[in-house]
Ligand binder design. Structure first.
Ligand code: AR6
Length: 175
């Protein structure tokens, strides 16, 4: 079963096998987490995106590239639904977590750090973005052993921690 923990900090500094990027369909970089990952990972990440995703990536799907100069060996890119632009299908958001963990299994990553996909520029309501992350990760059938949800600010970190504790009480993973 996955051990799920909340972390307060910057995803680009996480010492894990793979970090997850909240990307967009074009897969050529952007703002938020995507901008930070490309800045720290360096040009190798973008070069790999161009080679491996010549036509970009569908919403709800995931795929991997090198981690470049990041501490993590892989970046798993996923594209969340853009709530602010009217994409409200929650199954697309849960698919991001499920597909990312499938990709982690493909490459053999055993520790993975996720940001809160769609919860920033894409405007998914924070409470539900956290609920979707926690319930999907906790319920996933995966060989990944350690998953961190990395929250950028203190208030969000506390919310994530609470929801993980609730899921653990309900018997669906977490610590
Ligand atoms: N570490 C951890 N969390 C972060 C970091 C960081 N370095 N930076 C931001 N967050 P976002 P989205 C939090 O906007 O909503 C890009 O332009 C942030 O506070 O990165 O899926 C892409 O190219 C929020 O809670 O992703 C797409 O066009 C969460 O990470 C679009 O933004 C996600 O915020 C994707 O938007």
């Amino acid at each position: 079963m996955v051990t799920l923990t909340a972390v307060h900090g910057d995803i680009t500094t996480q010492q894990v096998d793979a970090i997850v990027n909240a990307a967009n369909n074009a897969m050529r970089g952007g703002g938020g987490v995507d901008g930070a990952i490309h800045r720290v990972g360096g040009p190798a990440v973008l070069e790999d995106c161009i080679v491996r995703f010549p036509d970009g990536l569908a919403t709800g799907d995931a795929g991997w590239t090198t981690g470049g100069d990041l501490p993590s060996r892989w970046v798993i890119h996923t594209v969340g639904p853009n709530h602010a632009a009217g994409q409200r299908d929650r199954s697309l958001l849960t698919s991001c977590y499920r597909r990312s963990l499938e990709v982690a299994d493909e490459v053999g990553a055993r520790s993975v750090a996720f940001p809160l996909i769609s919860a920033g520029i894409y405007g998914w309501p924070k409470d539900d973005a956290i609920a979707a992350a926690v319930e999907t990760i906790a319920g996933a059938a995966t060989r990944v052993e350690q998953v961190r949800i990395v929250a950028f600010d203190e208030a969000t970190f506390e919310q994530v921690r609470e929801q993980i504790a609730c899921a653990a009480e309900a018997g669906v993973g977490g610590q």
